[in-house]
Design a protein around this ligand. Sequence first.
Ligand SMILES: *Cc1c(COP(=O)(O)O)cnc(C)c1O
Length: 403
Amino acid sequence: MSQHNTLGGKPDSRGFFGAYGGQYVPETVKARLDELSDAFHAALNDDSFQRELEYLFEHYTGRPSPVFHCANLSRMLGGAQIWLKREDLNHLGAHKINNTLGQCLLAKRMGKKRVIAETGAGQHGVATAAGAALMGLECAICMGEVDIERQHLNVVRMEMLGARVLPATSGQRTLKEAVDEALALWVDDPDMFYVLGSAVGPHPYPYMVRHFQAVIGREARAQMLEELGRLPDVCLACVGGGSNAIGLFAGFLDDREVRLMGVEPGGRGTAYGQHAASLCLGEPGVLHGFNSYMIKNAEGEAGEVYSISAGLDYPSVGPEHAQLKDAGRAEYVSVTDQEALDAFFSLSRHEGVIPALESSHALAQAIKMAPTMSPDKALLVSLSGRGDKDVTQVAALMRAARG
Ligand SMILES: *Cc1c(COP(=O)(O)O)cnc(C)c1O
């Protein structure tokens, strides 16, 4: 049975979004992925699963998250109106919980005993630990040693939620290595479910994560229609692996008049090793079982990446974004650390909202664009998370800048 993939639709029967995605894994792993894919599709057709997830979204996460008009910031910039989709107001302060509740509920439905996850900034680890605690599942989280240091508070949170944090000590000791270790542990344990944190990995993960995050775009579309009587002109979201972005975009893919913009971490500049802008500066290649744009080193393997945001420094990106880029349906740009930091302060000082450094990338692009557009235009920014986790890091940067 062959099944064709269209933009915004299901991947094809081999798990491809156009030329990207797939399952680049050994046969034994493919069997585990097929088991997962079958269980996910069964859950999609099961009303009780959908109802339980909707109940949790409303009563546990606090959905729907509101949209908010940044009147002060928009007036100052003197152009288009900036709106935020407030995923920072979710339980635990980011969009990650939308996906981990879905996957942990699926793990329970499959009769799994344990979950494992990778984490970069620690946000996905915390959201997985909470989901596992809620569903009565054992939980282990793989995290790079560098990130364990950068995001100490999230390590403490995970442990308080009953999870074990396993340090990844190889290579750059950040997100890529955490994924490597988590995958290795999962492959060896049939009672374990791998809760993947972004719209990456082999099929069915990118499709499944998009499904659980699509609530962002579904709500935002209805809310903007309610507030403005029309759709926003541009939707913007930061792109690490691409889950908050694909979740927002999913609601607007069929609305051809809405521009979709993904904003990648431009770090300290475009030189190799100074950024993590996989779509803007990478090339097609296979990492972690899927084909997409990636940053490569001289040997053609996953290269070194850098971002001010621990949640954005991954050398590849969700395959559906690669398809949307090639098709021209979404545009991808990058902003630097400094631009993201400036946006972080602008929102804090003018709207009283401290954004995550990740989300600050999307906001920075909106701040760049707004003055070039007329005041009757609307930019909708995915505020993927709150910045409480980043205040120690930003305070240190401020101290260093003062000398
Ligand atoms: C993890 C994270 C991101 C990046 O992940 P995506 O999958 O690209 O969305 C962005 N913002 C916040 C707040 C995060 O925690």
